[in-house]
Design a protein around this ligand. Structure first.
Ligand code: SF4
Length: 339
């Protein structure tokens, strides 16, 4: 048999294995489920291999294969089958309290930006006269925020956001409190997803910089945000005459009964009709299967980013809750995101 030498993923991240073992022991857990974000799932074996030899033979560790886009969407029927669920790499979703057997463990990337990339970013911001900044990150890069804040301050910038600096795709920490005072917002994350969320929340009025430590690069996003906003306004306008609506309800932290109630009230009071369909994870195939000539417009009340990222080119308008409010209240300005 060939000797097994695989892995190496954990060398690039800070993950407190001892803390995980302590929690397993403290909770006397014998059935443990590991949840790890999309993109990291293939590395879960390395983690299980680190844990298993130290837990003793009475502990069974499984990997959750369902989508792990956020701490907002846990399959509660599966979670209920385990003594302990270790959710890695996300912080708790601010809009939802998960079951008590779920614990959150940090997964911190050790990847850092090179000094020439940081310098070039600061030079570009100076050329845009952007002196007052807010700097946020996704949970996996939160250690980098303090580092970038120090560098920004040393470079003569003012950093306005305080305390909590982690953002989600639909929750933006203290951004609302400072949005009128900042000149630009930096978002440290892999890809543009989180920075675009910030741009939509700001309605396209400020520069947003997507800072990607994995690529050792940054991108100014304002133009892209404005382009997306135009598309989104098009959807809002095309729903102005809709009389029959399909509201997609989600589950766990993506179940938002208050929003469904308010949207359905507005539909009925304007003489329209609505149907509610529930789908823990809405896909294009599922929507195509569900759709019919009964439906004019669709509102996704589960994850607001599905309408924007996954279903922006669907044959009928697919709206976020904020966009549904705009359309039903016939107020096209300001852009409302996410609800
Ligand atoms: S954007 Fe979607 S996946 Fe991300 S936290 Fe919000 S609801 Fe969850």
């Amino acid at each position: 048999m060939k000797p097994i030498h695989r892995g190496g993923f954990l060398e690039h991240y800070d993950l407190d294995i001892d803390k995980m073992l302590e929690i397993i022991k403290d909770r006397a857990a014998s059935k443990v489920l590991i949840q790890i974000p999309e993109g990291f799932k293939r590395h879960a074996y390395e983690l299980v291999d680190r844990l298993s030899p130290r837990t003793g033979s009475g502990v069974e560790i499984h990997i959750d294969a369902s989508p792990g886009f956020g701490s907002c969407l846990l399959d509660l029927s599966v979670v209920g089958d385990y003594d302990l669920v270790i959710h890695i790499g996300h912080e708790q979703y601010p809009y939802w309290l998960p079951p008590k057997n779920v614990v959150f463990i940090d997964l911190q990337s050790r990847t850092r930006l090179s000094s020439d990339v940081t310098e070039s970013l600061f030079t570009e911001l100076r050329s845009l006269h952007a002196r007052r900044l807010a700097i946020y990150a996704t949970a996996q890069h939160k250690d980098l925020v303090n580092n970038l804040i120090e560098l920004a301050r040393a470079g003569g910038f003012e950093v306005l956001n305080k305390g909590q600096r982690v953002i989600f795709g639909c929750w933006f920490s203290d951004l609302d409190a400072i949005k009128n005072s900042v000149d630009a917002v930096m978002v440290i994350a892999g890809g543009k997803f989180h920075a675009l969320g910030v741009g939509l929340r700001l309605g396209g009025g400020k520069e947003v910089v997507a800072v990607d430590p994995y690529m050792n690069a940054y991108k100014l996003l304002k133009e892209h945000v404005i382009k997306v906003l135009k598309t989104r306004l098009g959807k809002v306008v095309s729903s102005l005459d809709a009389s029959s609506w399909l509201l997609i309800a989600g589950s766990a932290g993506q179940y938002r009964p208050g929003l469904i109630r308010e949207i359905s009230r507005l539909i009925t009071s304007s003489g329209g009709k609505y149907y509610v369909a529930t789908a823990p994870y809405l896909t294009r195939d599922l929507l195509t299967n569900l759709d019919s000539d009964y439906i004019d417009s669709i509102v996704v009340t589960s994850c607001p980013r599905l309408a924007i990222e996954d279903l922006h080119d669907y044959i009928k308008p697919v709206l976020t809750p904020g966009e549904a409010f705009m359309s039903l209240r016939r107020r096209l300005d300001p852009y409302v995101f996410p609800w």
